[in-house]
Design a protein around this ligand. Sequence first.
Ligand code: FES
Length: 233
Amino acid sequence: MFKSKIKWIKKSENEALILIALDGTFGSLPGQFFMLKSGDFPVTPRPFSVYFEDEIRGETLFLLKPRGLLTEEALSWQIGHELKLKGPLGNPIPVIEGANLVAGGSGYAPLHFYGSKYGYKNFYLGTTSKEEADFLNNLPNLKITCGPMVVTERFFQDNNEGAVIACGPTPMLQHLSEQYHGGSVYVSIEERMACGTGMCEGCAVKLKSGEIKFVCKDGPLFDGKEVDWQWLT
Ligand code: FES
């Protein structure tokens, strides 16, 4: 693991989302993640997808949703707080020309990085509160469709066609994979991870073929139509 310090922090009004910028760039690509650990905090590292890597400003951004021990502690972090990192891990999302992007909650992070770097056709974002939506919409970023409607409903209502790349809660990914017939569905699966390198076997995904894959080593992106969703949920 290596160390980096927080350069700046932004929080949504209801503190449901935190965006942090770490000092330095580490050669990551959209879809890749890092295992993060707070300096002295006695918990195992947790995986976080890269939100953006800014070569010009020399910083790497992560979007956190405070719900576990580490991210709850993140609410008290200040500029200069030291984090330990391992990564970049996982495989980058391949470039798919004109893909639609569908994100739920903190699943916005890898797709924000992807959309910023490679572009997209349409970008849909679902959040659980207005504060989260306002926070993400106010960040200097992309043209996204974000509203009160469930994100998949809005996506289907617009009669989209072409490939979809999605990241968010498992039920959202399953719904898109099973109900969308306008093109391929690629899903970036968020699993609990302990090692991030294929050693602990804690992030298994079963494919319909019966094959077992690991999110950290083989993913995090999978063909949604190949995933055995019954096994995963
Ligand atoms: Fe250990 Fe994937 S996190 S095998």
